[in-house]
Write a protein that binds this ligand. Structure first.
Ligand SMILES: NC(=O)c1ccc[n+]([C@@H]2O[C@H](COP(=O)([O-])OP(=O)(O)OC[C@H]3O[C@@H](n4cnc5c(N)ncnc54)[C@H](O)[C@@H]3O)[C@@H](O)[C@H]2O)c1
Length: 257
């Protein structure tokens, strides 16, 4: 079987919703033991139940990835049970606004989760992976390389994730650690529905259509489509790939304008 993850252990942050949930389920379907690090433990539990129903294995850990001590304790506990082969830094938060209407507190919140959260996880798995080799996959965004209008703090944070990917890939290539990132355009997740409900009450359908058309292909992506790319990059079939970003964007970066 290609893309076989039997006997592999994966950590996925933010596996309780959207893209992280799809990645958790897909990696578990291929045989990985999946550890979900989540702020929202009820949602993580739902993912766990769905994975176990399909015959997969998942463990859940309530953990705020923005807090280094919590990440250290959680990853330390996981390591007492065995190895960690795969880390998927998926959890992220967004903010709407240009530089003028981004408060210091908004900037800090986005930075602390999207940038520091990924650093905290990498910082805590690297000593182990240096001994065993491994794969790190970061969730970037089309905003990383071309920015998205009115998403100042978010675009800044996703730019940092892209260069974090390159930096880690360079520093640890000799230890058998591969590090790549995925850059999705708009993917239809609860995150998008919540955004439309909050900002466009009563006009959700119209705005959904408009957001769909920002991808030249004419629709939003599906979490499962991102998960399939994540599976490939985490598998041994991608053994020759490191230090690379993979847009999955319906033509957003190259075909718009
Ligand atoms: N949905 C999109 O259109 C899109 C596009 C490009 C990139 N992305 C990126 O993909 C990733 C997942 O996005 P999504 O749309 O699935 O989001 P989502 O909001 O549906 O899920 C994110 C999950 O992360 C968890 N989380 C948030 N902060 C956390 C923290 N501090 N510690 C632990 N868990 C935390 C949340 O509880 C939630 O379950 C994010 O990094 C996002 O920036 C999303």
């Amino acid at each position: 079987m290609k893309f076989n993850l039997e006997n592999k252990v994966a950590i996925i942050t933010g596996g309780g919703s959207g893209i992280g949930k799809a990645i958790s389920k897909t990696l578990a379907q291929q045989g990985a033991l999946v550890h979900i690090l989540e702020l929202n433990i009820d949602n993580a539990k739902e993912t766990q139940v769905e994975i176990e129903k399909e015959g997969g294995q998942a463990k859940i850990h309530q953990c705020n990835i923005a807090v280094q001590e919590e990440v250290r304790n959680t990853i330390g506990n996981i390591l007492t049970e065995g190895t960690i082969d795969i880390l998927v830094n998926n959890a992220g938060v967004a903010h709407v606004g240009n530089v003028e209407n981004t408060l210091e507190s908004d900037f800090d919140r986005v930075y602390n989760v999207n940038v520091k959260g990924a650093y905290n996880c990498i910082f805590n798995v690297i000593p182990h992976m240096k001994k065993t080799g491994g794969v790190i996959l970061n969730m970037a965004s089309v905003a990383s390389s071309v920015a998205v209008p009115d998403r100042f703090a978010y675009s800044v944070s996703k730019g940092a994730i892209l260069t974090m990917t390159y930096s880690v890939a360079k520093d640890y290539i000799d230890f058998g650690i591969r590090c790549n990132s995925i850059s999705p355009a708009r993917i239809h997740t609860p995150f998008v529905d919540g955004f439309l409900e909050k900002n466009y009450p009563g006009r959700e359908a119209e705005m959904f259509e408009r957001l769909s058309k920002t991808q030249p292909i004419g629709r939003m992506g599906k979490p499962e489509e991102v998960a399939d790319l994540a599976l490939f990059l985490c598998s041994d079939e991608a053994a020759f790939i490191t230090g690379t970003d993979f847009p999955i964007d319906g033509g957003f970066i190259k075909l718009n304008g």
